[in-house]
Design a protein around this ligand. Sequence first.
Ligand code: GUN
Length: 302
Amino acid sequence: MTATLIKGTDIREEILEEITQEVAEIKEKHGVVPGLVTILVGENPASISYVTLKIKTAHRVGFHEIQDNQSPDISEEDLLALIDKYNKDDSINGILVQLPLPKHIDEKKVLNAIDPDKDVDGFHPVNVGRLMIGGSEVKFPPCTPYGIQEMIVRAGVETSGAEVVVVGRSNIVGKPIANMMVQKGPGANATVTIVHTRTKDLAGHCKRADILIVAAGVPDLVKPEWIKPGACVIDVGVNRVGEKISEKTGKKIAILKGDVDFDAAKEIAGFITPVPGGVGPMTITMLMHNTLRSLKYKLGLI
Ligand code: GUN
């Protein structure tokens, strides 16, 4: 193995420690702690486990946390009224509606109903616009791309002038991370290319990348020969390719694979993120960061 592993599990611990300290300091000086509500509609097992982990993490860093679980048949009107209640609740700084929502509810309408100043997911069009403008306009970068940028910076990888190639153009990862890396400022100033399913020479573009960010949702899409020697490879893919029995718990668990052929790529890349334990843990970490940030805006600390 030649590449340095960028472990999300380690960086998560570093950042959560920093957040815990800052929360304690704010509590001491201002007598308040950040408040996060997660709204879960229905019983999707993956969503339940994500929300449970979000709430557990919020508790760990000293937040005031509410897990608001709603029946799968809640009407759109009632869900909008619930969001309005939390928009007006002074003890809440961050509102997260877990996606996906049941089919009878218009996801866009729901996300647009969240107060942009409590939209710690960064999905509201106002926050998407703020991110596009960049600089001091940015309030809540979306959590997964924010986590990716943080990993690159904390690994000490130079971004200024770097060729960044992003594979995938989703609203949650591809488009925002490309936008963030091209901005003026630290951890950015890169030359960015987005490639996608209609790109003619995927391999050719990837081979030019000093930093290759892959969020395509296709297991082992990126072959070792697509990687420039010494490049930083960030694998956002979490693909379930089978099941196995956990040695720890004896229960069935998913076998996960990234979008990059890790075993071969690690011999060529300079830096690489594993799957699992790479980008995955960063999303919830940056959600905590954004919720703290929301309180800091409110207190005039930033
Ligand atoms: N469902 C899967 N990932 C996410 C996320 O980051 N935020 C929300 N709100 N829902 C999700």
